[in-house]
Unconditional design. Sequence first.
Length: 162
Amino acid sequence: MQKTALDIGAGVYRETLGPSLWTLVSAALVAPMASLVLAPIDTTLSLLAGVAVGVVVVVVLVAASPRLDLRAGELRAGRAHIDVALLGEPIALAGEEARHARGAGLDPRDWHVIRGGIDGVVVLPVNDPQDPTPAWVVSTRTPDRLAAAVRRAQLRRRTPSR
């Protein structure tokens, strides 16, 4: 379930970090479990409750998906936001490097927006001496595109408008 948008002219990047297909299938398995709990009471009630519980779990997973949004020189990752001028050079990681960045290489002081089932990661160092957070670690399905969008937004911030 990939929802990304990149508008090169406007310097906009948006991505919804929705759950993977396997996560949705696993969540839908809650429906028969809920149904089995109520089966001894009433079969019709158990079927209705099972379907309702399954739908609610899937809808909550999709609705609660964090979003990445880069526009007007500001990066939003989940509920946090930061001006791109305060960020260092973005580092796009995939494969084994991304697994290390999400696991053993994870600094607990960093701001994390990490989702299972999404392989790519972008590490964004924070250059603000007032900020106790040394970096942002953000999951993304397109790490190269997000890193390029951040670089473009930083360049646009440094370049005076005509």
